[in-house]
Design a protein around this ligand. Structure first.
Ligand SMILES: *Cc1c(COP(=O)(O)O)cnc(C)c1O
Length: 376
């Protein structure tokens, strides 16, 4: 039997047509045609004034930190449980990473934990819309506003999610997205930075093009900076995907509903939350089980894998990774972040690829239920 993939895109004839057109025509005076269309449509979709297409979400976070003038001596707060890309750019700019605990229900940054981590050096916070879920944005914004802390929303996993009628990515000073091949909307590799602020846009446009202010025709660099650009082929792919974004999100929500139906009545197992007033685009359908089950996520992954089912571990807390091992901030986080450390060992991402069929989800759930029956 074919292996059931954990993540993957949905590519239609539209994407193939747009990329074919781009590789054929997006040269000479048409070189920027697809970037302009993709950026304009994306800004409109998210509800922000500006969007800048980039080679990755990691580069978007890096540029956001630079544009906000975050550097040596500054502290930046991130949720302890996220993909390392949310935090790695803090090192790029020489600032200090502070790992705050997550909320037990949304699995996103806890507003209280965020507040407790604030010091006079805190310059920015990077809340993450984990697996398509959203944190308590009104509390986070209120706390950040009171302390004059800039907010970078890492919406890499949450295109199409909503908080009280606002699209994910529009809730901070800057929003960032990933179009990696595993993400809901893909350009293969790629990212987007969105903002309402003209000053940040101007900095980002200069910093991402080797210190050339927009419109520079003389190759007269005003500073040493970075080269972070998306290709026209990727922009064409992104535009086609964006024109189908409702279809992509509807499919993710449908896959989630299939899991809900199949796992209904399995006591002690919960799936992703969708608190009132929010919409979850369910990038990764995730199952978390109660502590009473004598099962660790690695065992569950292994058992599923033996049945031809790919899965992923719920992220390990960043402060537990060898990458951060000896940092004082990681040591402090290990002693403090009880929620993240409690949840992480007992949750997995189940297959959530856009190509999944109802029958494949049924197969996953049959294996998953058998595992939990024998463990209870
Ligand atoms: C995928 C991801 C990123 C990084 O995206 P890239 O495009 O691979 O740089 C950042 N943050 C989160 C939460 C992600 O899931």
């Amino acid at each position: 039997m074919e292996r059931i993939p954990v993540a993957g895109p949905w590519i239609s004839a539209k994407e193939i047509a747009y990329v074919t057109d781009a590789v054929t025509n997006a040269w000479y005076d048409q070189a920027g045609f697809y970037h302009q269309r993709f950026e304009r449509a994306f800004a409109e979709y998210v509800g922000m004034r500006h969007a800048v297409a980039l080679p990755s979400c990691t580069s978007a976070i890096h540029l956001a930190l630079c544009a906000l003038d975050v550097g040596r001596g500054d502290e930046v707060i991130v949720p302890d449980v996220t993909w390392i890309a949310s935090a790695a750019p803090i090192n790029y700019v020489g600032a200090t990473t502070v790992f705050a605990d997550i909320d037990p229900r949304t699995w996103c940054l806890s507003a209280e934990a965020f507040e407790q981590c604030i010091t006079p050096r805190t310059k920015a916070v990077i809340p993450v819309d984990l697996y398509g879920s959203v944190p308590d944005w009104s509390a986070i914004r209120r706390i950040a506003g009171r302390h004059g802390i800039a907010v970078i929303e890492d919406a890499a996993e949450a295109v199409g999610s909503e908080y009280r009628g606002h699209k994910a990515g529009s809730l901070g000073d800057v929003g960032v997205f990933s179009f990696h091949g595993s993400k809901t909307l893909t350009t293969g590799e790629g990212g987007m930075l969105v903002t309402d602020r003209d000053d940040l846009l101007a900095r980002v446009l200069t910093l991402r093009d080797h210190g050339r202010p927009p419109g520079d025709k003389l190759f007269f660099n005003t500073e040493v900076a970075y080269k972070y650009k998306m290709s026209a082929l990727q922009a064409a792919l992104g535009l086609a995907q964006l024109e189908r974004v409702e279809e992509l999100i509807t499919r993710k929500r449908e896959i989630f509903a299939w899991y809900q139906e199949e796992l209904d009545g399995v006591s002690g197992v919960v799936l992703n939350a969708e608190p009132a007033g929010t919409l979850n685009s369910y990038w990764m359908i995730t199952a978390m089980w109660e502590e009473r089950f004598d099962l660790r996520k690695e065992q569950v992954m292994e058992r599923l894998s033996a049945s031809g089912i790919d899965s992923r571990p719920f992220f390990y807390p960043l402060s537990s990774l060898p990458a951060y091992e000896n940092l004082p901030q990681a040591v402090a986080a290990r002693a403090r972040n009880a929620v993240g450390y409690s949840i992480s060992p007992r949750a997995v991402n189940l297959p959530s690829a856009l190509c999944l069929t109802r029958e494949q989800v049924r197969r996953v759930c049959v294996e998953f239920k058998a595992l939990f029956r024998s463990a209870s």
